[in-house]
Design a protein. Sequence first.
Length: 183
Amino acid sequence: MERREELLDRVTDHVLEHGLIGLTLRPVAAAVGTSDRMLIYHFGSRDALVSAVVDRSTERAIAEVDALPAARDVRRGVVALWAAYQLAPLRACLDVYCQAAATGLIGREPYLSSARAVNERWALALQEHLVRCGAPRRRVARIVTLVDSALYGFHLDLTTDRPEVLARGVEDLAAAAQGLATA
């Protein structure tokens, strides 16, 4: 298993740098210093490799969220989360998930089941971050539904090339999340 994990980390690093769209086994194998046969041996198929990469990049994203310090309140916690979304490595991890979703991988098997598991772990990480920032446990799942969906939308927003407009949207979202936390 040690070799599989090493390959998975190298392929994940490659995908985080170059993206998931158009990934084929031979070029990625060459890029990480192995053969497509070895990738098939360790992962079984391209689909299984892609699922493993999405899972590993999500693990890395969760580690980044877990490392965020507690903010004084939920509003500041949401703003801090958005700031982290803009930086490596979290930005690339989110891009990989979005690319998988955009190519239809997330909505069908064999990806659907693993995507649901990844989403549950991601939501728990966001919940713990917001609880550290003062969100009450009884409301945090509702807050995460709002915050996660909105931040992904902001992350994908290609129509707004003015960062100040996105920043205002994030501030409005943060205020709404604070309102849910204190309602």
